[in-house]
Design a protein around this ligand. Sequence first.
Ligand code: GUN
Ligand code: FE
Length: 434
Amino acid sequence: TTAAIRGQFLDFADVADCPSELADTVRHLKDGLLLLRNGHIEWFGDWEEGRDKIAENCPVHQYPDKLIVPGFIDAHIHYPQAEIVGAHGEQLLEWLENYAFPAERKYQDKAYAAKMADFFIDQLLRNGTTTAMVFCTVHPESVEALFTAAEKQNMRIIAGKIMMDRNAPQYLLDTPESSYDASRKLIEKWHKRGRLLYAITPRFAPTSSPEQLEMAGRLKKEFPDTYMQTHLSENADEIKWVRTLFPERSGYLDVYHHYGLTGTRCVFAHCVYLEDQEWDSLLDTDSAIAFCPTSNLFLGSGLFDLNRAREKQVNVAIATDIGGGTSFSMLKTLSEAYKVMQLQKQKFSAYEAFYSATLGGARALSLDHLIGNFSVGKEADFVVLDPAATVLQAKRLETSKNIADLLFNLIILGDDRSIFHTYVNGCLVHKRDD
Ligand code: GUN
Ligand code: FE
């Protein structure tokens, strides 16, 4: 044992098959103990039961009045867009032209990319996010910078180079061949190096030629255990555009499916306007959705239909989608998800919210054998939350009756101030500045 953590814990148990009630899988330990060894979880249970297992010289970190949960998982985020969060006035396609593309241009500069990658990783950690699935830019340098920054913290990060060979400014375009070659090199260098994983990243159907999508599919076949990330059915104008660009395909998702870009470890951001057969196809192929509530609201894209996803049993992870999204905080993201559900008269419990940002996200990303809860053997990524970070929260805590209440207060009132400590791979990597 290298360290022991004592405090109040909450996570969700692994279950082979989805239980009927998520509440039945909640593990809430009022006085719990977590034993760490070499970055992994060695033991997890009640303090009284485990205290004898702590070696004499082992440090015990005590967290009274806090709540310790698994590290948050952000399933879709653009690191080069951190600097344009909250850009005013546009919906998706104009927003890309006016804000996103010009910002991404700067990442051809290695030094700039390195500086911003460090900034980005720091933002994740101060928000309790320990794993993210990340878009870089079209420049391989941007991927090098991000993986280098993530490796310093030993984080489990999935990322990739954008493939984009049309319908964007010349300065951001690659070609089918150059995108294949550069992606391949990056996969060979970074995929499965330490905790890092590579995602083949065609930006979205409108910015890739059929030839490039074919190259992306070829990469996926040649490196089947890599990931694939892209955007799908986010905005009405975007969907119309895809129809005119790919008239021979039956729909938006069919463009990706045709080129072999659906399946396990394929993650589609947004999915606001799916057709019935597209839901079925996502399930049949074991693809996953990244639900991006702050982005869908900020860019005026639409309301994601989570009930439909539940009904169709499609895996959904939750994501910030910075810089279309407006916060790095998964707590704030869950709060906006709750409001998106409210507008559709759908339910979203505090447990479902926390599940989707931890074990649910891990399952959607096929990482639940490694992260997502405190099960023995998993990687020790976790967050120490302060449920009374603000005066209002402390007041609200006085009237919260149970752990579900406390969780919901954290979601609705919480932000980066709620993140007291963040641990990655068993190491304390962020402390709130008090
Ligand atoms: N669709 C294609 N590119 C992007 C992007 O950068 N952000 C969002 N939100 N949607 C996209
Ligand atoms: Fe996005």
